[in-house]
Design a protein around this ligand. Structure first.
Ligand SMILES: NC(=O)c1ccc[n+]([C@@H]2O[C@H](COP(=O)([O-])OP(=O)(O)OC[C@H]3O[C@@H](n4cnc5c(N)ncnc54)[C@H](OP(=O)(O)O)[C@@H]3O)[C@@H](O)[C@H]2O)c1
Length: 355
């Protein structure tokens, strides 16, 4: 492990003006991450733009090869090509990179970490640590405690992914299209291949020769690495929905050992960072609208699967800008500093709808 580090590090956020970057800055502040100095980096388009951190306006600087002198932790969220070019440079300059893109996730020399699951993997980093895919992270928050209890063989899942998962431009696209439709104007498209307002698109990321998309295969590939479970199988359909924020996933999971509902609920209730909201008779189940801007993910609609042996169905929802990106990255930073804050959700108020 690259030894880390000053207990009050100089932190850089690469992609500071993006959907994830903005949340990283807020999360560093809200969790009182012991930042000594914060450097905000983005493209030339954003140079001079001011963003607030702890009440002070900081100017965004252009990302350059020499941007990392003196930086100890760099949170990257500016896309895969930027990570591929600049993360190794930053690591060579002596800083630890926590990367949100898919560039290094499946690299054997790079740990891929969800602190609630495999925090110990942070220890073998060589300068770069990868943050998982957002849909995978939210699914595993519920699946891993069940895997520990019953041994997961495989899952079948469909995702319901918010537009903010595609970044700031996609949030603007949904907003604009809703306005155009309400005003009876023609709908314009820039980000997605079809209208997203009042529609759902069974298409997230690019298609592979198998017919799955890259996003769909991340669940199996990244799930194996994070859970240390090399035979885990996942057949997934990823769907973009006109929700601003928070992804949801409907999962049917098959286990090695028999599952009972009370044992499943007990395993999920003990899991850090996860709340159980499962009172169908009162219309209480996790909803992306109420999971938005919350650190915890939520699981509900628990039932024994009627089509699988040792099977359990569940619905998990979580803010992908937080647990799928900014929060997870800051939590990795906390692990690096030896300041782990993996909390049980017991006693925390769940995000329930008023029926
Ligand atoms: N959105 C999510 O829920 C989510 C979840 C997990 C992981 N991620 C990953 O996080 C990364 C960012 O996603 P996002 O949703 O935040 O995207 P976004 O809203 O489009 O933001 C992109 C950021 O990258 C910066 N950037 C673009 N080109 C650059 C360049 N040439 N040099 C320096 N900075 C540059 C942009 O700066 P300007 O403003 O100056 O253009 C902006 O700050 C992606 O790799 C994505 O896959 C996203």
């Amino acid at each position: 492990m690259v030894t880390c580090m000053n207990r009050q590090p100089h932190v850089a956020v690469v992609g500071a003006t993006g959907a994830v970057g903005i949340e990283m800055i807020k999360t560093l502040e809200k969790r009182q991450f012991p930042v000594r100095k914060l450097t905000l980096l983005a493209s030339t388009r954003s140079v001079g733009k001011k963003l607030k951190f702890r009440g002070t306006e900081l100017a965004v600087q252009e990302l350059k090869k020499d941007s990392f002198a003196g930086v100890e932790i760099a949170l990257f969220s500016a896309g895969g090509s930027i990570s591929k070019e600049f993360a190794p440079l930053a690591a060579r300059a002596g800083c630890v990179v926590i990367d949100n893109s898919s560039a290094f996730r499946m690299d054997d020399a790079v740990p891929l970490v969800i602190p609630e699951i495999n925090a110990e993997d942070v220890k073998w980093h060589k300068g770069i640590i990868a943050n998982p895919n957002c849909t995978t992270a939210i699914t595993l928050m519920a699946l891993y405690p069940l895997h520990k209890a019953f041994g997961c063989r495989r899952i079948f899942a469909s995702s319901y992914q918010a537009v903010s998962g595609t970044g700031a431009k996609a949030i603007a696209e949904l907003e604009r299209q809703v306005g155009q439709i309400v005003k009876g104007q023609p709908v314009t498209r820039e980000v997605y291949p079809h209208q997203i307002a009042f529609n759902v698109l069974p298409h997230v990321d690019s298609f592979l020769p198998t017919g799955y998309t890259k996003e769909e295969m991340k669940m199996q590939n990244e799930g194996r690495k994070i859970m240390h479970h090399p035979t885990f199988k996942a057949s997934v359909t990823c769907v973009r929905v006109p929700v601003y924020r928070a992804h949801s996933v409907a999962v049917s999971a098959e286990f090695e050992r028999p599952v009972t509902l009370p044992a499943a609920v007990a395993a999920l209730r003990e899991a850090p960072g996860l709340q159980v909201i499962d009172e169908p008779a009162k219309n209480q189940y996790p909803l992306p609208l109420y999971q938005a801007e919350r650190y915890d993910c939520a699981v509900g609609r628990l039932r024994l699967d009627c089509a699988l042996d040792n099977g359990l169905c569940f619905w998990v929802s979580g803010d992908q800008l937080l647990k799928g990106a900014a929060l997870n990255a800051v939590q990795i930073g906390e692990e690096l500093l030896g300041q782990s804050r993996l909390e049980s959700t017991a006693g925390r108020k769940p995000a329930m709808a008023v029926a």
